[in-house]
Ligand binder design. Structure first.
Ligand SMILES: Nc1ncnc2c1ncn2[C@@H]1O[C@H](COP(=O)(O)OP(=O)(O)O)[C@@H](O)[C@H]1O
Ligand SMILES: [Mg+2]
Length: 270
């Protein structure tokens, strides 16, 4: 579904992502893992058009999307959540999902101004997209409540609904389980599985190895911006380069290294 080839971006002297060639297959859950600062969020920023690569190509469903702007990438069917999702706690759950639809599908303020004649139609479109997204994350019944009144897990679901409101084919989740307790994490895994069995393709960045190992069909491992491994959870957790990256004294070292070796292969989806 998505192929990146020799993808790279430099910030001054820092090669945040370097020569990454990888695929995200349709209908699968692909996890992107790696120590802090490995380039995972930057990788998502490149795919979603927030950053322009300094080298390489990105193809999505056969089309070269390397140079497209963010809303053009969205219109092709890619949406993302951010590592820290901003939800508007005082606004309703529905309003949040509608805002998600607008910021993802419009080119910017000027575009919004020029399209004033279509305002009503746009509003209807945003509402319909938002309602469908809320249904998919199980929040339809809470649409009228202030988002801030939901639990932490509910608020995470709002963030996912904001991304789903543009009806993507590929959803990129950046650390979706951050700040969640074990029970909430299990619920989130069930939601992701449900979305994928409904036809969505998911790529996620995640630090919680229990989630990654239990959920992912395939894992891409980044380290210092480079891909050091790609394979099934079982293959990756046995890979000497991966073990070295996690145990080799870098930022996240021991903690993740132990989790990765202690956990066995990923369970296949039902
Ligand atoms: N906009 C930016 N400008 C400069 N450096 C950046 C920018 N975005 C990311 N970086 C750097 O790129 C590296 C990778 O960052 P990031 O992709 O956020 O890592 P990860 O998500 O794997 O923890 C880090 O060293 C980070 O400081
Ligand atoms: Mg990150």
């Amino acid at each position: 579904m998505l192929e990146v080839q020799d993808l790279g971006i430099r910030f001054g002297g820092l090669h945040a992502v370097r020569d990454v060639t990888a695929t995200i297959p349709a209908g699968h859950i692909t996890a992107i893992i790696g120590p802090n600062g490995a380039g995972k969020s930057t990788f998502f920023n490149l795919i979603s058009g927030f950053y322009k690569p300094t080298s390489g190509r990105i193809r999505f469903q056969g089309e070269d999307i390397t140079r497209l702007r963010t809303h053009e990438v969205v219109s092709r069917g890619i949406a993302r959540t951010f590592q820290t999702t901003t939800i508007y706690k005082e606004l309703s759950v529905l309003d949040n999902a509608m805002i998600g639809h607008r910021v993802r599908t419009r080119a910017g303020l000027l575009d919004a101004l020029l399209r004033t004649g279509r305002e009503r139609r746009d509003e209807e479109e945003s509402r319909a997209g938002a309602l469908r997204a809320l249904e998919r994350v199980g929040l339809a019944a809470q649409a009228g409540r202030p988002a801030g009144a939901l639990t932490q897990e509910g608020q995470k679901r709002v963030g996912i609904a904001m991304a789903l409101s543009s009806d993507p084919k590929l959803l990129l989740l950046d650390e979706p389980a951050a700040g969640m307790n074990p029970e909430e994490t299990v619920n989130l895994m069930a939601l992701i599985r449900e979305l994928v069995s409904g036809g969505l393709t998911v790529a996620l960045v995640e630090h919680k190895m229990s989630l990654v190992m239990g959920l992912a069909d395939g894992i891409v491992v980044l380290h210092h911006g480079q891909k050091i491994a790609q394979g099934t959870p079982g293959e990756v957790s046995r890979d000497p380069a991966v073990i070295e990256a996690y145990l080799g004294g870098h930022a996240h070292g021991g903690q993740m290294g132990q989790t990765i070796t202690a956990t066995t292969t990923g369970a296949p989806r039902a």
